[in-house]
Design a protein around this ligand. Sequence first.
Ligand code: HEC
Length: 133
Amino acid sequence: MRGMISSRASLWLAVGLLVAATASYAASAADDGAAEYKARCASCHGESGAGDGPAAAAMRTRPPDLRRLAKSNDGVFPDKVLATVIDGRKTIRAHGTFEMPVWGRQLSQSVGDGDASKRIAAIVGYLRSIQLK
Ligand code: HEC
C-alpha cells in the first residue's frame, strides 16, 4: 500500500512539474486548442490522441484514445460531457480512482475562471478535430 501511494505521489509530482514547465508556453497560445492539448494532455493521451503518451505506461488506468470519443458515442462528439470531464466537474466524485488531473482547478488558478473555460472550450474544439470518422 505504501509503495503504491508514494509512486502515485511521484507521478503527481511529475505531472505538476510538467504543468508548471509548460504553463508559460501555454499562456502565449491562449486560444490555441492544439497547443493547449500538446502542453497539457499529450504526455498521457499521446501526441495524436491515441492514448500512448510517455506517462501512459506508468498509469494504472490507461489513458483512453481520444480520437474515438465520437465513434464510441454513436458518432456524436460529446462536447458538453467533455467540458465537464476536463474541468473535473464530472467523474472525480464518481470515480474515487480517477487518475486525470482536474484541469478546471489548475487552469483557474493559473489564468482565472473566465480564461479557464475559454481554454477548455479550445481543447474540446481541438479534440473534435482529431475524431476518427
Ligand atoms: C496524468 C495523465 C493525464 C493527463 C495529463 C490527461 N489525462 Fe485525460 N485521462 C487520463 C486517464 C488515466 C484517463 C482515464 C481515467 C479513468 O478512466 O478513470 C483519462 C480520461 C480522459 C477523458 C475521458 C475519456 C472517456 O472516454 O470517457 C477525456 C475526455 C480526457 N481524459 C481528456 C483529457 C484532456 C483534454 C487532457 C488535457 C487537458 C487530459 N485528458 C490530460 C490521463 C490523463
